[in-house]
Ligand binder design. Sequence first.
Ligand SMILES: Cc1cc2nc3c(=O)[nH]c(=O)nc-3n(C[C@H](O)[C@H](O)[C@H](O)COP(=O)(O)OP(=O)(O)OC[C@H]3O[C@@H](n4cnc5c(N)ncnc54)[C@H](O)[C@@H]3O)c2cc1C
Length: 436
Amino acid sequence: MVNWTPDATPGTPYWWEGLALSAPDDPLPAHVDLLIIGAGFTGLSGAIAAAGCGATVAIVDADDPGKGASTRNGGMFGAHPRLPWGTLKTRFGTDVADALFAEAQPAFDFVHDLIESNKIDCDFQHTGRIQLAWSASHFEGQKRLSEVVRAKSTVRTEIIERADLSRHITTEQYFGGLFFPGHGAIQPAKLHQGLLQTAAAKGVSITGHARVTQLERSGATFVAHTPKGTIRADKVLLATNGYTTAPFKWQTQRIFPLPSYIIATEHLPEDLIARLAPGQRMMVETRARHSYFRLSPDHSRILFGGRAAMVHIDLETAAARQHATMCEVWPELRDTRLSHAWVGNTGYSFTHMPHVGVDRGLHYSLGYSGSGTVMAPYLGAKAAYQAMGDARGDTAYSATTLARHWLHPGTRPHFLQAANLWYKTVVDWVDYRNGR
Ligand SMILES: Cc1cc2nc3c(=O)[nH]c(=O)nc-3n(C[C@H](O)[C@H](O)[C@H](O)COP(=O)(O)OP(=O)(O)OC[C@H]3O[C@@H](n4cnc5c(N)ncnc54)[C@H](O)[C@@H]3O)c2cc1C
């Protein structure tokens, strides 16, 4: 049972509070140089990049622009490859592994500059991010990862011994941590709105409730069909990530939607917040439950996200699970009420890495696998530059792959039901045992 505040709005992201999210509804142009499908971080940043090349650009979205993951996420802002260097080397070779690590800081700098140069007010804060080791072996792994990140990139890291964790967080749960001092925090819905306004100011046409239901070729031109009409484009960029569905069969076979659930607590006393999270960091765990948590930008609440389930479940159940997980970290939040709970789809690839590529002429940037506040705007721009034939599109993320998996033979991810059960029973139990 969840204890909600009287004014709780389950289903609505905390980030949407007090924001009049603009829902542009430009008429569809007849013909553009570049059509972008999806108006999240990927699509908007891609549009800004292409407009900067002098292209005519239109974006269409199935919903109100921004109702996807880009305004629903945790707002943790940082980039380093999701996988260890050794795994990347095995999958893609030494040169690609090196190049992916080397691109981490430039990706961060690119998006940071996009925010600064367009004067986007998105509550950006230099908080640093601490990854908290759930077990002794996870902490050993963090030490190795820290060495590699330092050797292969300019991203800064610090190992935090267990005895020193109390500078960052007050809890008995963790064995140490890996700190990324350069990472930060954003209010994601404000970043989305800022990118939307920047794109519109550059002449990009943006149309909501215009789901592309069919995309076909007519000679050298693409023809996209939407409920609001038809649009022709020389180039098309697919930017639908965790919301990719038909008619994009090739992509749905390679990207699957993995839900992530977040709760926000009620307004908490200042001294309690200061005691629980003295470092005011972005915080993530190493256990497979993928918990990530932070203070709200005004430091008045705790936002706590993670894997309540790998499939869509009712929000009451998900919120109760997230609340219980939060109390494992901070038992004194047992009686804390919740003001918000919401869900969004991350777009996972089977390699756990994003990819920027082209399939039968259709450009795409997909598969951020839960880590896209930096990578989506960064790779969205890369994909758009590639579509425009601009050398700035060069990226090691075109040398990753979007692999298929035998567990996912069709286009609907039925395997997630079985994976959900496996993680809930076996993987979480192993984590519990190792964490004691
Ligand atoms: C709950 C949650 C927490 C997260 N936390 C973090 C975090 O703290 N840090 C981090 O780095 N990353 C985080 N992420 C990941 C990050 O939010 C995403 O990687 C990123 O927002 C992806 O942006 P996007 O533009 O590619 O996709 P989205 O923002 O999901 O946009 C895709 C859009 O495509 C549209 N669309 C789909 N099909 C069609 C169609 N046929 N025609 C037209 N439009 C279509 C959808 O309506 C949607 O608006 C989180 C994700 C979730 C869900």
